[in-house]
Design a protein around this ligand. Structure first.
Ligand code: ZN
Length: 309
């Protein structure tokens, strides 16, 4: 049997300014966050998760959400996403006037939902539906991420039926898209392909985005499997930074430059400039003062420029 062909294009979403940085212990300056966002835009990113509007006591790294929004480049062609967990966060995000899309999150298990946002799983879904409504009422769009769709840091395996059920209920709110997130990086590519296909069936007409962490080295394989199964949009973070403050053991997002390299080399257009993304990753490594997890930015450029060509 022939494998399904990969798509000609995907949409790339840079999540480094939010998911990449949120778990860093050292506070990154607003100027450096804006530097990262400007580099992402220059590298071709047209949708960027720029910050989250959460309780600064819970996530100190995101305490400057309003200041980040005030400094965003004025670009009509870039969709700025703000992550929000509840109506209060949605109000803050909308009040900035700079957030084009609200990103809402629901969580598959009660244990993780309580740890992450002090709600049951069902309550987290209800909050996400409300956020999508608030976005639409304000003339913005809203999307819903199903977190811990591939496994829970506290309870282990998550039934695919639960993910599908949540996706179907989420779809009823007509979000701009539904994302499947492997928050703790436990997923495998067969599971990724299966879940994307199941959610596409359960939520016809709703685009599927995927969000993988590379905690156990399966991130890129999962991206490939998900894309071939019909995921239209892929999240990644420059340098492969990332983690979740409320999910023990969660590590970096798949690195933007690694995802872009893999997809472009395989003939899937991402709209991103690999060399500029590598430069952004190397710049961020300087800001952080350490080597970042992404691999492509640490390898020789391929292909090298051909002499005389
Ligand atoms: Zn994440």
């Amino acid at each position: 049997m022939d494998a399904p062909p990969p798509p000609a294009t995907i949409e790339f979403v840079e999540v480094g300014p939010r998911d990449g940085l949120q778990n860093e212990k050292t506070l990154i300056s607003t100027a450096d966050k804006l530097g990262l966002i400007a580099r992402a835009v220059a590298a071709g990113a047209r949708r960027i998760e720029v910050t989250s509007f959460v309780n600064p006591k819970r996530v100190p790294q995101m305490a400057d959400a309003e200041a980040v929004c005030a400094g965003l480049p004025d670009r009509d062609d870039v969709t700025y996403v703000g992550l929000v967990m509840n109506a209060r966060g949605a109000e803050r995000a909308l009040a900035t006037g700079r957030i084009d899309q609200l990103g809402a999150v629901c969580i598959t298990t009660d244990r993780f939902a309580v740890a992450n946002q002090g709600q049951s799983s069902d309550e987290s879904l209800a909050a996400a539906l409300e956020i999508v409504d608030m976005a639409r009422t304000a003339g913005r769009s809203g999307q819903i991420t199903i977190a811990a769709a591939f496994g829970c840091p506290f309870t282990g395996r998550v039934a695919e039926d639960r993910v599908v059920e949540m996706a179907a209920r989420a779809a009823a709110a007509r979000p701009a898209e539904i994302a499947l997130a492997d928050t703790i990086g436990v997923g495998d590519p067969a599971q990724a392909a299966r879940l994307v296909a199941l959610v596409r069936d359960a939520a016809p007409g709703v685009a599927v985005r995927v969000h993988f962490h590379n905690t156990r080295g399966t991130g890129l394989a999962n991206v490939w499997a998900a894309v071939c199964a019909g995921a239209r949009t892929v999240d990644a973070a420059i340098g492969g930074l990332g983690g979740c403050p409320f999910a023990p053991g969660a590590a970096g997002n798949v690195a933007s430059e690694d995802v872009i390299y893999m997809l472009e080399r395989a003939g899937v257009a991402t709209g991103m400039d690999l060399a500029a993304t590598i430069e952004a990753s190397q710049w961020l490594s300087g800001v952080m003062g350490r080597t970042l997890p992404g691999m492509v930015a640490r390898a020789p450029l391929f292909p090298e420029a051909i002499e005389g060509a």
